[in-house]
Write a protein that binds this ligand. Sequence first.
Ligand code: GLV
Ligand code: MN
Ligand code: MN
Length: 398
Amino acid sequence: MSVTSLLGEIADTGRDPVRGGYTRPVFSAAETDLREWFRAAAHARDLDVETDRNGVIWAWWGAPHDGALVTGSHLDSVPGGGAFDGPLGVASALAAIDHLRDRGLQPARSIAAVVFPEEEGSRFGVACLGSRLMTGALDPDRARALVDADGRTFAEVARDHGIDPAHIGADPAAVARIGQFVELHVEQGRGLGHCGPPVAVGDAVLGHGRWRFLLTGQGNHAGTTLMDDRRDPMIVAAKVVLAVRQLAASVPHARATVGRILPVPGGTNVIASRVEVWLDVRHPDDLVTADLVARIASAAETAAAEEGCESMLIEESLSPTVHLNPGLRAQMALALPGGRVLDTGAGHDAAVLSAVVPSGMLFTRNAEGISHSPEEHVEDSDAEAGARALADVLEALL
Ligand code: GLV
Ligand code: MN
Ligand code: MN
C-alpha cells in the first residue's frame, strides 16, 4: 500500500479546528485512534502486534527475537502540528514491509515496525518519553509523577491505556530485540531543497533541552492597582522572551525559543500572580547550551528583581548531541547511492536509542522545511520514494 493511502486513512484523525493542522497528544482520543489504526494496519498485514510495558507498539514480521531489524517512529504530535512529523515514519515502515514482500523477500531475521509514545513531549513535558523509559534514560518514578495540563499524572493516564505504571522503565529485553533501528522522518529544515534526491541519510541530531520558568509576583486587580504598586510577572516574562532572542542570537549555531506561556489565573482584568514560561534551547555543543541557559536564567533573575518578583528555573528534559551510528550510516548510504547526508535540529527517538543500539535515520524531502506547523508538506512522490528508500535500506541491512 502506498504511504499516501496509509496517511489518507488517518487524514481526519485529530484535526484541530482552532489551531489548524493536527493536535494528537499522547493517549488523547486522537492518538489512541491512531494507535488502533496502526494495530489494524499491522493485523491486515499478518504482523504480530504487541504493546510492551512502556507503551511501545511492536508489529512483527517474523517471530520476535533478539537482534531484529526495527523501524518506525511516533504518532503523537505537537499542538497544531503537521500531517507528517511522526506518522510519515510509521506509514513508511508499513509501506516498506509491503515493498519487501512484493519483492519476494524472505527476511533472514525478523523485522518489526514500532510506534513510540510521547515523542514530542507535548502532553507530559519530556520529549521521547517512551524511548527514554525503554532505554533507562528516564527514571520511572519521575515519569510516573509527570503531570499534564489537566493535572493528571502519567501513571494515571498510562493505567487508563492498559499500561501498568508499576512496570514502566528500563526494558533490557525490549532493547535486546533491536539489532538496528532505522527511523524515517520528514525533513524539518531546508536541507533537501527542491531538487536532487528526495531522501537523505541522517548524521548528527542536535542536543536539545527544555526548561520551565516559574515567575511569581502579586496577583491583583487591573483597575485598582497603581502602576507603581505592581509586581507583575507578565512584565518579567516579556523581558525573558526578549532576553532569549538576544542572548541566543549572539551564539553561533544556537536556537532558543519560547513557544508557550501560561499566565495564572489568566484574566483580562487580572494582574497575574504567576507566569510559566517554557524554554527550548539547542546547540551542537552541550556545554554551550548549558552556558546559554545559565545566562538566560540570570537575565530572568535580574528582570524579576526589577519587578519585585521571583524567578525559578526547572529543567524538564535534556538530550545531548548525538552522532548516529557511523557504521550503520555508511551501510545506509551505500544502499542509497547519490543520497545526501544531513544533520537535524529536531529531536528523535532514534537519537535516544542510539545510546544503546546502532540507530540510523532517513529524511524525506519537505522542500520548504516548515514543520511543527499545519503547513508541513511532503509531495506524494517524495513520500513514496522515501518508503522505497527505507525498503532498500532494510533489504541491504538484512
Ligand atoms: C521534536 O520534534 C523536537 O525536536 O522538539
Ligand atoms: Mn516533532
Ligand atoms: Mn518527530
